[in-house]
Design a protein around this ligand. Structure first.
Ligand code: 5AD
Ligand code: SF4
Length: 502
């Protein structure tokens, strides 16, 4: 692109895009959307004139954030491949670079802006590549404003509901001199037949639902990902079956709030995640996982089904966020500390060998020392196998962002440090209990640090490293644990077939 073209971009008035395609997060409006009906589409295809446009060209997608984003990247890679593009990991040679972004916390956004800055410099030397921003940040008005003001070199912006429009949008970006932007604030429909290029052939992700209607007061997801909408069970089961036929060994069912699965499927009365899992467990595939759970909708039927074991692995990720009922209330989590603990113990009694992980936020507005101590005591009671811990980060447009962010950063950091120390102690304790035991490991590849060492996960989602031939990659192997650390286990392969449940 010439300097003149860049000038054109800078001068352009983008306000029309906001009126027609974009609205800032509004809780009131977003809540009304529950009544909206969604459409199931099966008509995705690449326009004739775009089918070969990528021949001889390369694309690179840089992914930030959660597994949902990782999986969206697989879909975009699928679409671009059908347009003739091939993948590269080298930005210097890529003809299309997409940043699939995450908006969950400010530091995630800062990393993306850092990368945009870096790619801008590259665009000075190589103006012809297309730079696109997609994912959750593209759904935020403040982000779009920043890009318009500071990064006019960006060629393409599209939101999480516009992924299936990538061929048309890319075409516009290739042939127009202006920045191309398409961000629907209304939740998208469900497009069933999108192509995917999956990352690897051992573990696969399958979306079971999109969006979130929980509206936890700190969270941007219900705005960036739209309303809860479930895929039909038959589509999900067909996708899992197809992956099983292709030899995949593990499936993770994905959704922002999987326990709400089925609530919007009016034609299937009372069909929930338990029913879906009960059908999926009959498919001949060694391991099924699911994420992410919300304690509120985790029902007895699901617990009953999970307790059947088999290919339903014993790992439960159950975000608690805080151990104090008053904080949980202002977080809008709709359960108390006691209800969380009841549920936790109920699951633990039903599936005694299950591992538990959680998410915790520290420094939510007004969180007192005593309230934080409640989180510490909850962690002590649950003895989690691991936890993702975060400092509260205000997100523009969410209800919590209107509360004063009044916990000083040193206090937040100190709480996080103390919490992490405790979490690590329990992670080590839990891992130590496996010393000398034989566990089943799905071998996913070689260790990052040493290519002679194989690496994989147990059913309970713990990392195990052991020495063995590369031919075992993709296989389930029995390993005796000989060394236990906080975040991983080391072991040696054993011949015997009997594997204890961890
Ligand atoms: N600040 C800090 N952490 C957050 N999370 C979600 N929103 C925020 C926020 N504004 C955390 C929650 C959630 C995880 C994916 O990210 O713990 O479970
Ligand atoms: Fe965000 Fe999860 Fe709450 Fe939904 S359930 S609003 S994704 S934290």
């Amino acid at each position: 692109m010439s300097e003149d073209q860049k000038e054109v971009k800078q001068e352009k008035d983008y306000s029309k895009y906001f009126q027609s395609t974009f609205k800032a997060p509004s809780l009131k409006e977003a809540r009304r959307r529950r009544k909206n009906t969604i459409q199931y589409l099966n008509d995705f295809s690449i326009p004739e004139d775009m089918k070969t446009i990528g021949q001889g060209k390369q694309f690179m997608i840089q992914t930030y954030g959660c597994q949902m984003n990782e999986h969206d990247t697989e879909v975009m890679a699928g679409i671009l491949s059908e347009m003739g593009y091939t993948a590269t990991e080298d930005p210097e040679v890529a003809d299309v670079i997409l940043l699939n972004t995450c908006a969950i916390r400010e530091n995630a956004e800062n990393r993306v802006f850092g990368e945009i800055g870096h790619l801008k410099t590259m665009k000075r030397e190589r103006p012809d590549f297309i730079l696109g921003i997609c994912g959750c940040m593209a759904q935020e008005e403040s982000v779009i404003n920043t890009i318009l003001q500071k990064h006019p070199q960006v060629d393409l912006i599209f939101g999480t509901h516009n992924i299936h429009r990538l061929p048309q949008l890319l075409k516009e970006a290739l042939f127009s001199k202006e920045m191309v932007m398409e961000v629907w604030s209304k939740e998208g429909d469900i497009v069933e037949n999108l192509p995917k290029v999956r990352n690897g052939n051992i573990r696969g992700w399958v979306n079971i639902m999109y969006g979130c209607d929980k509206f936890c007061t700190y969270c941007i997801v219900p705005y960036t990902r739209g309303k809860e909408r479930s895929r039909h069970p038959k589509e999900i089961i067909e996708e899992v079956r197809s992956l099983a036929r292709q030899g995949y060994k593990e499936i993770t069912l994905l959704g922002q709030n999987v326990n709400a699965y089925g609530k919007d499927l009016k034609e299937l009365e009372n069909y929930g995640l338990g029913d879906l899992m009960d059908e999926i467990r009959k498919i001949d595939i060694p391991r099924i996982r699911f994420t992410t759970s919300h304690p509120r909708d985790f029902d007895d039927h699901l617990i009953e089904v999970l307790a059947k074991g088999g290919n339903l692995v014993e790992h439960i990720h159950l975000p608690v966020q805080s151990g104090n009922s008053d904080i949980l209330k202002i977080m809008g989590r709709s359960y108390t500390r006691e209800r969380y603990l009841d549920l936790f113990h109920k699951i633990k009694n039903a599936i005694p060998h299950a591992s538990f992980t959680t998410d915790i936020i520290v420094g939510f507005p007004n969180e007192t020392d005593e309230q934080f101590e409640d989180t510490m005591s909850l962690v002590k009671e649950c003895e989690f196998d691991g936890a993702y811990t975060f400092i509260y980060s205000p997100r523009a447009g969410t209800p919590a962002a209107k509360m004063e962010d009044n916990i000083p950063m040193e206090v937040k950091k100190e709480r996080l440090q103390r919490l992490n120390k405790l979490v690590n102690e329990f992670a080590l304790k839990k891992n130590s209990q496996l010393y000398g035991e034989v566990v089943e490991v799905l071998v996913e590849g070689t260790s990052k640090k040493n290519s002679d060492v194989l690496s994989g996960h147990t059913r309970t989602n713990k990392v195990v490293n052991f020495r063995g031939p590369k031919s075992l990659i993709g296989e389930l192997v029995n390993v005796r644990i000989t060394e236990t650390k906080t975040w991983s286990l080391t072991g040696e392969m054993v011949k015997e077939a009997s594997v204890i449940s961890e």
